[in-house]
Structures are given as C-alpha cells and as structure tokens.
Design a protein around this ligand. Structure first.
Ligand SMILES: *Cc1c(COP(=O)(O)O)cnc(C)c1O
Length: 371
C-alpha cells in the first residue's frame, strides 16, 4: 500500500464505537437538521476559539462566502487576501461578486506579507481576508491597525487552523468573523463536508443564521430576505464534530509530535523545514517543506511507494478563471517561487511512527542523491 499524506482509517478504527454512536443518536432522535447536536456543537466550538457565536454551515467555502455577505461585502468591493491558498478562499470572494486583491507571502512561513497590505488598499477595499495557512496564524496586529485606519472588516480564513494560537488569542476569535471548514482532512474533520463561521458580533451572527436558512429567521419562516441560501450543517456531522471536538487537543498534540519527529529526522538534509513565526502555536494541518529539486524528489519517492501532495502547485492568480484580474507571471514572485518548491509530508494524528520513519528514510536517501 502506498503511503499518502493523509489517511483517516486508523483513526476511525480507534474511534469507531463513538462515531457510530453519534450517528445512531441522531438517526434515533427524530431531528436531522437544525437540532440539539448543532446547537451543542456551536456553543462548544465558539467557546473553544474565544468567540461568542458559532453558526454551523455546510462547508468551508460557504463559510467564507456567507462570512463576506454577512460583513456586507458584495459587488464592486475589493477583498485583500493571498494567492497562496486553497482556491476556495478566492472562489468565495468571487461568489459574492467582489474582486480579490492579492498580496505576496513571506518566503519562510508562506503566510500573508502584512507589510504589503496597506499599499493594496483602495477606496473600494472593504475587507481583509488573512488565511491562517498550514496551521499557523497570520500576524494580526498590523491588519487590525490597517482595518481601523481605513474602516475595513477582517474575516479570518481558519480552515487550516483549528485551535491555533497567536499571541495569547485563538484563530477564529480575532477578526470580525472567521470561517472554518470541517472537510475530513482538516485538523477537526467531519465524516463528510461541514463548516462554520465564528463571530462575537450579534448582528453578524443573526445575519449568518438567516443566510444559511433560505434567508429566513429560523423561528419566523414567513420573513424571507435576500440573499438566502441553504448552507446548514446537518445533525450527523454536528454530533460527530461535537464528540471529536473533545479530542481536538489530543489531535493537535499528536500532530506536533509528528512534526517533532520530522524536524529530528530531516535536519541537515538540505530540505527547508517549516518555520513557526514568533508568537504562534502551530497546529500542523500540513507539514510543508521546500526544495528547489522538488519535482525530482517527488518522482523518486513515488517510485518508492510514497505519494506526496503539493499545497498548492498553481497559485490561484495563475488559474484560468482569475486571469482576467491581470496578475501576470512575476506579479507575486515569492508565491510563484514557493509553488515550484513546496511539498507536503504525511501529516495526521494517527500516522504510525514506523510509517513516518519509512518516509524519513526514503527522503534521506533521495536527498543524498539529489544533493
Ligand atoms: C479547505 C479550505 C477551504 C474550503 O473548505 P471546504 O470545506 O473544502 O469548502 C477554504 N479555505 C482554506 C484555506 C482551506 O484549506
């Protein structure tokens, strides 16, 4: 069997009784959508991330989209973000009719270069959208200063940063609102799709609840406003997530242990290992390394039964759908250089030490050849 960057089957084997009990509890309850499991999960998830409200949603893409809508971002507005992110971040900006404006990233952390943000602000800028990529947070203080000075909203994309801490605060509790994904690979993953938005503002929470439920007040279905969507988190995923949330700290600890073993096993090999920015507690959604001979290394590993991923091989600004924005080759030089050098090593809480050692040994062998 090939070694891959992510596999949940060992975790399921260990947690099977609890997961099946969650499914049975919901199926037996008579409530499959907007019931007690969603409410319970929302309270616990908000508390865990230092926010007042959590609104359970159907996926992370829609969490970004509804977050923007609830913040009043729409047609004609500009949203400043990065191109080194999941396409979903940028597709959500596009989906509300707004224009993404990209700034470059730092070469060491691959995170938004906050020093480049103020120069990108125009009279149409409405929102800053930092992406807490790979499991650690963007430096928030400069963004908060810029947002105050120009009257902008801040929406955190936390799809890769459940539980990540930044200078005493938690990802998702820092902006006006935050978007989370519970796609199965994420640090807190469902058994299917799921998402959520966090906010500490009552008005935004109220709007999010309306947006996810056909534009209606949940208890007053005769009052319909536009826009309206169907973007609810279902009860089965909510109950599974509620139970898994109690284990989030142990998942994060296991990910950190995996990261520690890579750092030990791969030091001095010529690979550039991940850097943790000052003030950050990394949760290692991905373990992203860099090497100029990336493609040769991946081919050699593939021939040894190790299938690695690249997050992300094509920066979003180079995608066909966003070419009209006018970011030609060389417009985001660090992002473009990273895209040719980065790759992700296997990273998940139940990764067996022996499997990880096989990856380390294979990498050391390949790197000794590549030089
Ligand atoms: C996964 C991800 C999303 C999208 O979440 P889905 O649940 O897959 O829709 C958005 N932003 C980032 C940074 C992600 O990693």
């Amino acid at each position: 069997m090939a070694i891959t960057v992510w596999d949940y089957t060992a975790e399921y084997a260990a947690e099977r009784a609890d997961i099946l009990a969650a499914v049975d509890e919901v199926f037996s309850s008579g409530r499959l959508v907007l019931g007690p499991s969603a409410t319970r999960f929302e309270s616990a998830f908000a508390a865990r991330h230092g926010a007042v409200h959590c609104v359970g949603l159907d996926n992370g893409t829609n969490a970004v989209k509804l977050g923007l809508e609830a913040l009043g971002v729409g047609r004609g507005d500009e949203v400043i973000t990065v191109s080194n992110t999941a396409a979903a971040t940028v597709l959500a900006i596009d989906a509300v009719g707004a224009t993404p404006v990209f700034v470059d990233v730092h070469a060491d952390t691959c995170l938004m270069d906050t020093g480049a943000v103020e120069a990108a602000v125009t009279p149409r800028t409405r929102c800053l959208l930092p992406v807490h990529l790979y499991g650690q947070c963007v430096e928030m203080a400069p963004l908060e200063r810029i947002a105050r000075r120009h009257g902008l909203a801040v929406l955190e994309d936390c799809a890769q940063a459940h539980g990540a801490r930044h200078r005493g605060r938690t990802a998702g509790g820092m902006g006006d609102a935050a978007a989370f994904s519970f796609y199965p690979t994420k640090v807190l993953g469902a058994y299917g799709d799921g998402g959520a938005a966090l906010t500490s503002r009552d008005d935004i929470a109220h709007t999010l609840r309306r947006l996810r439920h056909y534009g209606m007040e949940e208890d007053r279905n005769h009052v319909v406003r536009t826009p309206g969507h169907n973007s609810r988190l279902d009860e089965v995923q909510a109950e599974i997530l509620y139970r898994k949330l109690g284990r989030l700290d142990s998942y994060i600890a296991a990910r950190r242990a995996v990261a520690g073993r890579y750092a030990q096993g791969l030091g001095g090999t010529g690979l550039t290992l991940p850097t943790v920015a000052e003030g950050n507690e990394h949760v290692y959604y991905l373990y992203v390394v860099r090497h100029p001979e990336r493609d040769r290394i991946l081919a050699e590993l593939r021939s040894r039964g190790i299938e690695l991923n690249i997050s992300y091989p094509w920066p979003v600004h180079t995608a066909a759908g966003f070419r009209h924005l006018g970011y030609g080759p060389g417009s985001l030089p660090v992002t473009e250089r990273l895209a040719g050098e980065i790759f992700s090593l296997p990273m998940y809480p139940s990764l067996a030490a022996g499997t990880q050692q096989r990856v380390i040994d294979a990498l050391r062998e390949v790197l000794a050849d590549v030089g």
